[in-house]
Design a protein around this ligand. Structure first.
Ligand code: PEP
Ligand code: MN
Length: 259
């Protein structure tokens, strides 16, 4: 008898095909002020987006970039989004914040740095809400799908996000892995979307790389957008101008429709 019997849990390969949909996450890297949220929500709510995104509790690569203690803004954001009929997706950095975030969030995001926080994955999997899982910048396909299987053990609806790998290239901050998107589409029916904002770190590359991800089979996209991109408190180099949001939305939908 095996000491380690194979448990009978849902495997990523057996996840049922989802209804075709176009999943779009748009919003700032960080929630900065009620005024900023209002301006962004007013613009993006003119399009059929799935969730408004924004970092409330933020993780930075360096501790000096950590300024995510804007807990009160979470509830301001929720109110403003509701006024514009937008649902919101909020990153959960820490299992201890799950309860408070759950009061406002319509969906959760697990960031790249937490993809293998298995305690967090297990706890969050119990929600009936959608959970967006970002691939860690160093994770291989099987590690990404393994993390996804933790989510499949619960009742949440997982959606994967390809957000780029560490690479030797210095013209990008992280390098989008289009092959990961295509390979996942060959392997399972868990939806996957492309995040070319983090997957390049460069404003000028966000549009072409978003379109390449959609062409490779992505079920939608994530874009960080800001009314004054250069003044974004975080990830300013990749912030996509809010006034151009309609352009990227239309182009991405156009590629999806001819795919
Ligand atoms: C984010 O989406 O704001 C974020 C921090 O992304 P990542 O976890 O991919 O770095
Ligand atoms: Mn960001």
């Amino acid at each position: 008898m095996s000491l380690w019997p194979t448990p009978n849990y849902p495997r990523v390969e057996t996840y049922p095909k989802q209804k075709d949909s176009f999943i779009v996450l748009a919003g700032p890297c960080s929630i900065e002020s009620p005024e900023q949220v209002e301006e962004i929500a007013a613009e993006i709510s003119q399009y059929p987006i799935t969730f408004m995104r924004g970092g409330v509790y933020r993780a930075g690569t360096y501790p000096r970039e950590e300024f995510g203690l804007q807990r009160d803004l979470l509830f301001d954001w929720k109110e403003i989004a509701k006024k514009h009929k937008l649902d919101i997706v909020v990153e959960v950095l820490d299992i201890r914040l799950l309860d408070v975030i759950d009061r406002a969030a319509d969906a959760f995001q697990i960031g790249a740095r937490h993809m293998q926080d298995y305690a967090l994955l297990k706890e969050i999997s119990k929600t009936p809400k959608t959970v967006f899982l970002k691939r860690n910048m160093g994770a291989k396909l099987d590690e990404f799908l393994g993390a996804c299987e933790y989510l499949l053990q619960g009742s949440c609806k997982p959606v994967l996000i390809e957000r780029g790998s560490s690479s030797y290239h210095d013209h990008v901050r992280w390098e989008l892995s289009v092959s990961t998107i295509a390979a996942i589409k060959n392997k399972c029916h868990v939806p996957i979307i492309v995040d070319a904002s983090h997957g390049s770190g460069r404003r000028s590359l966000v549009l072409p790389l978003t379109l390449s991800g959609i062409a490779a089979g992505a079920d939608g996209f994530l874009v960080e957008t800001h009314p004054t991109p250069d003044l974004s408190l975080s990830d300013a180099n990749q912030a996509y101008p809010l006034e151009d949001f309609g352009h990227i939305f239309d182009k991405a939908l156009g590629i999806r429709n001819i795919r």
